[in-house]
Design a protein around this ligand. Structure first.
Ligand code: C2E
Ligand code: CA
Ligand code: CA
Length: 730
């Protein structure tokens, strides 16, 4: 072995204990150069050789040498093999070609070829190789050496494997940037990224959207299935988000069950709405977590720079406000930010305050909506629906205040009150009509519910079979033992159970077979969908009815308003109907009058057909035509057009730009015109605003408005059209 020859001749010396490349090898290196021509070392050569061999084999360090041309003359066997070669195969290969710079981004660092040609000392230069077992990093040191004539003869040096240190340093920086549970970007990372993205795009006057996302009912899963299950669920959520968004640096978990998505150069609210809807749909699919099935939902708030804010603080705050509104409007929705949400959020907080005292102040009441046998029009029961008569604001819908009560921890008090009140009322009815009471999933998750139910029955004297509890499918989301126990406890009391709002959530027919329901209530939206041409809802309703009959359950179609819907429902053999076609909810004393005789039959009445989906409204908007801005009233709006009032005798074919405010402009052509009314068609369809309304896909950028200045002035041209007296040009 030529290496041993060299050490015997030149190296060795009194070697101290090996202390790693810097200590021992570093000293060795300098001794090797200095020792040229010195006497033989004190230590027996063989012993020195064995020590070196041991050292090499320990993997702590390795040696190398080159000739004057930089070709390898020696390299430790172990490291050659780690690089995927035999030492022999590497002989005479240029040493510098074995490595890449460790960090390609670090440009200030001198490269190995540079140092070698300059004959400079190499001091722990970090280098990288791609080897079989993945990448490895090395710290390489070396000294030039010279022949007897003082001519440069090559290098001798050492190296050490620093892969482990590198990895742990990388892990540390990854930990600082990524969420350890899901591997998504963390809050710090995404907020920095948002800052830099916004700054860059603002310079180019381009837009950037962010979505804030919050899981619905995640807490329920965490509470019922435990934290490890909650963690597993969050990981799956992250995977689903990544699948839709694609880039892991754009999806972040902010903490808990909150996520943020960064979408540079997106401003099309049609696309953003589609994406938000995709996300909600994907996250609402069932999960399998530690052997249990569970279902959660998601709500999304969207804000777009520069329209909704240009700083990251404003944008995040406004997306948060939109998220808050999305949650307030019912779960599983998205919402775009708009400036009126500030007022809405304040209103909601004020309502929450007022709701705390509402019960004590006697502002709550129950109204009763008949549930009618579809075959003979007789009323078989009543659903108790809560009403809040607010001292200043008048009646407030339970659709608005029940979610507030649930979030503010007030639902338990309100729910217990409703249960007791409904039992007492029903006990006073002549005949045997049942009363149905809505039970929030939060009440259902409370182990005290059966006690309260028994107490309400006992206090009122109402037989248990005349009380029906309406429960939504969200109580199954955790599918825990507690849920099953609660069902058992309630059935043991003898009350009836109804599955409410079927068709709005995940709607699995599986629940029906496992949970002891006496009735399924098919949601209004599902029935409405059934009258739309091409819908499969009719077939599904028929299947539900067949299954319900087989399981000895009743069915109720909710929200039936028109005679054609009633017709369809009867054809599908749904057993009961609840809806305006029979009656709205009525106050208790009115109910007593109707039911005096002990029974109540109602003749259905209503429009022949379901109304179309146009939004009827009364809203002032701008209509811009040839440098002139008129104010008109919009009576009616659909995605493709509108009816406006306020201009006289506008010819068909006239083009307007309709200004909906907040930078929302739509080019529209007059298609119909009669005196002061015009039907206009939009050049580009409006899109859903996530809240049952419509908005334009794009908005005029504040950059553009700033650049254009005040171009529209009534003085520039004479108005082409006459405004009707009430609606003067602005
Ligand atoms: P829900 O349980 O689905 O109740 C039916 C809702 O549909 C009621 O709205 C009812 O007035 C409405 N409705 C009935 N027929 C028609 C129709 O033909 N057309 C239309 N457009 N609507 C119809 P309401 O009273 O505003 O209640 C909204 C929701 O608030 C209820 O939905 C229920 O989820 C909740 N809620 C009401 N009272 C209580 C309560 O005491 N406790 C709890 N936890 N929730 C309640
Ligand atoms: Ca209900
Ligand atoms: Ca319902």
């Amino acid at each position: 072995m030529d290496m041993s020859a060299r050490f015997e001749r030149e190296g060795g010396g009194d070697m101290e204990a090996a202390e790693g490349p810097k200590g021992f090898l570093g000293k060795l290196g300098s001794r090797m150069t200095r020792a040229r021509g010195d006497e033989l070392p004190n230590l027996p050569t063989r012993e020195a050789m064995l020590l070196l061999r041991n050292y090499e084999e320990s993997g702590k360090g390795w040696f190398w040498s080159t000739d004057a041309a930089g070709r390898i003359t020696y390299i430790s066997g172990a490291v050659a093999r780690l690089m995927g070669h035999t030492p022999r195969a590497l002989m005479a290969k240029p040493f510098a070609e074995l490595f890449q710079p460790a960090d390609s981004r670090c440009e200030r660092q001198r490269t190995l070829p540079f140092l070698l040609t300059r004959q400079s000392k190499i001091d722990e230069l970090p280098l990288r190789t791609a080897a079989d077992g993945g990448e490895r990093w090395w710290a390489v040191s070396g000294q030039p050496f010279f022949d007897a004539g003082g001519r440069f003869a090559g290098y001798r040096g050492s190296g050490a494997d620093i892969t482990a240190q590198r990895r742990s340093a990388e892990d540390a920086s990854r930990l600082a940037l990524y969420d350890s549970l899901t591997g998504l970007a963390n809050r710090l990372h995404i907020s920095k990224k948002l800052d830099t993205t916004l700054a860059m795009l603002a310079r180019q006057q381009r837009s950037c959207a962010i979505m804030l996302l919050d899981l619905d009912r995640f807490k329920h899963v965490n509470d019922t299935l435990g934290h490890p299950a909650g963690d597993a669920l969050l990981k799956q959520v992250a995977q689903r988000l990544l699948k839709i968004v694609g880039d892991k640096d754009r999806v972040s978990r902010l903490g808990g069950d909150e996520f943020q998505i960064l979408l540079p150069e997106m401003e099309d609210r049609g696309q953003l709405g589609d994406m938000a809807a995709d996300i909600i749909a994907s996250l609402s699919q069932p999960y399998s977590v530690e052997g249990s099935r569970c279902i959660i939902g998601a709500s999304v708030g969207v804000a777009i720079s520069p329209f909704d804010g240009t700083s990251s603080e404003d944008l995040v705050r406004n997306a948060d406000l939109a998220l808050y509104a999305a949650k307030g409007g019912g779960r599983g929705r998205f919402r775009f930010y708009s400036s009126d949400l500030h007022q809405a959020a304040e209103d909601r907080r004020a309502l929450e305050d007022d709701l705390r005292d509402a019960l004590a102040r006697g502002e709550m009441a129950l109204t009763y909506q008949p549930i009618v046998n579809a075959k003979n029009d007789t009323v078989t029961g009543m659903e108790a629906l809560m009403r809040w008569e607010h001292p200043e604001r008048g009646p407030i819908s339970p659709a608005l205040f029940i979610p507030i009560a649930e979030e503010a921890n007030l639902i338990w008090g309100l729910g217990e009150w409703a249960l007791r009140r409904a039992c007492t009322d029903a006990a006073s009815w002549p005949g045997a009509m049942r009363v149905a009471v809505n039970v929030s999933p939060i009440q259902f998750a409370n182990a005290d519910l059966p006690k309260i139910v028994m107490s309400a029955l006992a206090a009122s004297g109402l037989p248990p079979e005349r009380l029906e509890l309406e429960i939504t499918e969200s109580v199954f989301l955790g599918e825990s033992d507690e849920t099953a126990d609660m069902f058992k406890a309630l059935k043991a009391i003898g009350v009836r159970l109804a599955l409410d709002d079927f068709g709005t959530g995940y709607s699995s027919l599986g629940y029906l077979q496992t949970a002891p329901f006496d009735k399924i209530k098919i949601d209004q939206s599902f029935v409405r969908g059934a009258t739309v041409a091409g819908s499969r809802n009719s077939a599904i309703i028929a299947a539900i009815v067949a299954l319900a009959e087989a399981l000895d359950m009743e069915t109720t179609a909710e929200g039936i308003e028109s005679l054609d819907q009633l017709d369809l429902i009867r054809k599908l053999h749904v057993s009961h109907v609840q809806g305006y076609v029979y009656s709205k909810a009525v106050p208790h004393d009115e109910l007593l009058q109707h039911a005096e005789s002990g029974s109540w039959t109602i003749k259905p009445a209503g429009p022949a057909k379901q109304r179309n989906d146009r939004f009827h409204m009364f809203r002032k908007v701008g209509a811009i035509h040839e440098n002139h801005r008129y104010t008109v009233v919009m009576r009616n709006l659909s995605a493709t057009g509108a009816f406006v009032e306020g201009l006289l005798d506008v010819p068909v074919g006239t083009q307007f730009v309709i200004d909906f405010g907040e930078g929302q402009l739509a080019t529209a052509t007059v298609r119909r015109s009669r005196k002061h009314q015009q039907g206009v068609e939009f050049e580009q369809s409006l899109v859903s605003d996530g809240n049952g309304g419509l908005c334009t896909r794009h908005r005029v950028s504040p950059y553009l408005i700033a650049a254009a200045g005040q171009n529209l002035s009534p003085a520039l041209a004479l108005p082409a059209f006459t405004c009707t007296s009430d609606w003067q040009a602005a």
